[in-house]
Design a protein around this ligand. Sequence first.
Ligand SMILES: Nc1ncnc2c1ncn2[C@@H]1O[C@H](COP(=O)(O)OP(=O)(O)O[C@H]2O[C@H](CO)[C@@H](O)[C@H](O)[C@H]2O)[C@@H](O)[C@H]1O
Length: 659
Amino acid sequence: MGSLQVTRLLSWKSSLNTAAKAGTTRSRPTTQLGFPPLSKMTTKNGFLMIRRSFTNASTGSGSSSGGTDAVSGNISSQDSSSPPVEDEKDENKPGYLLGQEKDGSGLVIGFHLIPPSGDHEVIDSRKDIDGYGVKKIEDVEGEDKAQTRVSYNIVFVTAEAAPYSKTGGLGDVCGSLPVALAARGHRVMVVSPRYLNGTAADENFTLAKDLGCCMKIYCFGGEQEIAFFHEYREGVDWVFVDHPSYHRPGNPYGDINGAFGDNQFRYTLLCYAACEAPLVLPLGGFTYGEKCLFLVNDWHAGLVPVLLASKYRPHGVYKDARSILVIHNLSHQGVEPAATYKNLGLPSEWYGALEWVFPTWARTHALDTGEAVNVLKGAIVTADRLLTGYSWEITTVEGGYGLHEILSSRKSVLNGITNGIDITEWNPSSDEHIASHYSIDDLSGKVQCKIALQKELGLPIRPDCPLIGFIGRLDHQKGIDLIRLAAPEILADDVQFVMLGSGDPQFESWMRDTEATYKDKYRGWVGFNVPISHRITAGCDILLMPSRFEPCGLNQLYAMRYGTIPVVHATGGLRDTVENFNPFAREGSGEGTGWSFSPLSEESMLTALRFAIRTYREHKSSWEGLMRRGMEKDYTWENAAIQYEQVFEWASIDPPYIH
Ligand SMILES: Nc1ncnc2c1ncn2[C@@H]1O[C@H](COP(=O)(O)OP(=O)(O)O[C@H]2O[C@H](CO)[C@@H](O)[C@H](O)[C@H]2O)[C@@H](O)[C@H]1O
């Protein structure tokens, strides 16, 4: 652990801008990180007594444990959203009792915490000390059927979490799934960078308060000081890692000049911070502790399982923790030259975990040995389990982006779960961004949304003209090149076409050029704009998604909820969620929610699009059937969260993959 130090700040620095100023130093005592037990356990009257032991950080007395007293006192006074913090300093205060949970046959199947007052209530998950507790949940059918369910301490590590930061589906998932899991009784923390880019988006972080807990991380040949900010919202501890490298214009990953050159550094910091957060942050009065489940999302969080295996477990820490790698986007893997390995602060013998050699054809010159480090690969070979939207495709040559063999080797712990959607944010009957509300019972507002969109974009107001939409990153993944190829054919028809997206500059300028050429038919909105994405989803008749690969895909789910018919490439999650229209099924009443085409070619995309346009124009009742069937679909996060819980259970049953 030589490269890691924790410092605890004794006084609050509540100004949000304090840390933003590069070069700001904080005066504080520094303690080398150690890992003594967080709790003392004794027995009394047959119950296990748990008493927390805390370091007195101001004097340095006491054990050098998760020492949280100086910090937690401040949290209770500053963070009004957190539940009250108990007086941890009172050594005489009785600890919690650990009561036994028994099944019908009298077998002990777990424990729950009982307050010392004798008031034998099961305490809520925020007060659950250290680890998976067994929690009693109410059964609506009656007390006799009361069930037990394991509640986990879950730590999401992610580069994005909406509404704080979002460039795509990763932000959506990490903004919604934690809330759904917290609502099901788990204790959930999300660790993500505190991005400040000098725009109105910075206000998203206003309610996150400085926890006054700084850490020094030794990597990239130097000492980096990070701080933690925290907001407790919707049952979730939103923890933001603060460092000057997260404060710059642009989106989380880059600016107009392309991707930031120091992303490996920025996300290495995130991973170190995320590994420490459960040990050192007394959120709501208690740390999450070592027995937690890390959900590491994409390559940005990929060093977490590597750090657990190489730097923590050898020191006896996180022995009972588990890590689950959630892959949203396999095409970004965090690949950098092999020479950067030494910057990561990992033991040299762990190089093999990240080692990556490019095939000969991918090397740039005769002396290029193709040697690199690949963070996502490191996560795949060290995480306890792997999750994605659609698991089979990523084990194939076509969908594996060079990682198919490694992914196949871990097939037994690889699962696919279809994402849910935030049905509060994406609800046509209450959406604050759209011109008129509508629902499956009254669809009349949809055409008003279409008219309002045409008006807003300066297109001819033509309620009967098929309006096609596209929303997404302008990226090879999204099949944007195919749209460019087919655009003249699409626009030769009597249709309107609206695109919203940002990304590859060549496609951004193509969108601008196309708008100039087809003034009455085409609009290309270059940029990232959530309200406009809602208005396009509501106002269009058809949503086009010719993605090359799509682990899950969210826009087709939003579209169906808004009665907008998806036309998608039959791949991954798109194939799973969009049912092909069949007008003759069910004795002529039809079935299906859209069109999915294959192969991914201009011709097959145009054929599907033409079927959709024709159905819209000539078969109004079939169209309405398509709309209604899509709107009826249930893609709530509740369903996905239940499937995640199953994977958590499997993860906790198996021993850690790397001991
Ligand atoms: N210019 C813009 N303005 C406003 N909003 C915009 C926008 N561009 C994109 N968005 C929004 O970003 C999200 C995109 O989500 P997707 O799941 O469709 O794709 P993405 O490839 O980012 O996600 C990856 O992760 C998710 C989550 O696991 C998987 O569903 C998916 O298959 C995988 O590729 C949607 O909410 C969309 O509305």
